[in-house]
Design a protein. Sequence first.
Length: 470
Amino acid sequence: MLFPSLAFIYIFLPVFLVLYFINRSSLYRNLLLLIGSLVFYAWGEPVFVLLLMAMILVNWGAALWIEKHKQASQPHGTLIAAGAIALNLLPLVFLKVITTSQWDGAWLQSLRAACPKLSFPLGISFFTFSAIAYIVDVNRDEIKAEHSLLRVANYMAFFPKLLQGPITRYADIQEALQHPHSDANEIAEGARRFIMGLAKKVIIADNLAVVVRRVFEVEFHELSAGLAWYGLLAFAIQIYLDFSGYSDMAIGLGSILGFKLPENFNYPYLSRSIADFWRRWHMSLMNFFRTYIFMPLEIARRKERHFRQQSNLLIVFLVTGFWHGISGNFILWGLYFGVISVLEATFLGKWLKKLPAIAQNLYALALILFGWVFFKIEAVASWGPFFKALFGLNAPSPLVTLRTLNILMYLPLFMLGLIASTPLLKAVYERLKENQFLSILTDAGLIALFILCTAITVSGSYQAFLYSEF
């Protein structure tokens, strides 16, 4: 079930909220949360609910087992943790290889033939990483193992974050799981955040998807520089508003239910370096990689004097590429950012800081946009022709224009998307809230925006979230 769907907005969510708020008991709300989350997941992925439930049981039991060994001063806790992590990763890696890999070996063909209807489960990456974070944190004595199976289940299956995060650590929501409660202000702010995220997705991102599709369907040697840049910028805005829109909806729903989920984006296109970009883009994922991959590598290799940090950065970005997909373009995309990050960590970062702020912004934005070329275009052989188009090195076809592609009408939404990618709209919203009358008008405007979004949803023109594939 997707947040913009009619089934979610007009059936699941109203029924769930009514049932949730009629009883303030923590046990009741936790039971309802689990039932609701499983129904939410089963709506679109009924078979994989069994996988989710199995992973919940494995991680609940493994954490208690780790704690028991640690209390008895037995040395097997880390071994159990390693086994639990391997069990968590096994279905993720297996399903990703089977369903998304471009590899074409005989053994892979045999597996695909044996499982012709197997698909990649929505959300598996996100609840797998949540499970790994929980196991590692228990093994590190950063948190106590949770004895309540119900709370562990809700930590992993909490429906607002189930499909696309934000990736949370157990400590982030432990108190809310013990005492799920929200006040009127949290409910109101959560509803506003949900509507804003919904608007980002269905009004801007989904319409820009039309521009992206039509530009990238053209033979690249026929593209003018203007069209190529329009398509690339439209994709950059689309993927940001699509994913940050989901995060806004998830955080808003969490707030309504009394859970403070971590922020996932901080205006990444205003970054001044690639390192800065990855501190602002998909923040919960990069925090996960830093905490559970980069820092352990740094500690394990602390005696190595040469190229330690740089090689660890490359490993992290290689994993980032693999996480997005087992295909050449994603792996090279990860390495692309890894190499730039290494250069910045080695010498380039110090040099950049001496430049004017606008020059730093332009440097980062250019490299980010070039990176989106690798991300968007699956065929590596097509990268060259597209870059030639970007730099005006093609002989563009006079038959391929804004008008013939029928994408001129999307320019106003493109401009709105540019503005929405900056803090400007948020600053205006915060100023309006300071005045009581204007605040009421703003809420009325948000209600109108919600009606518009649901009208678009009724028409069936909304699209799946881009990051649901990962």
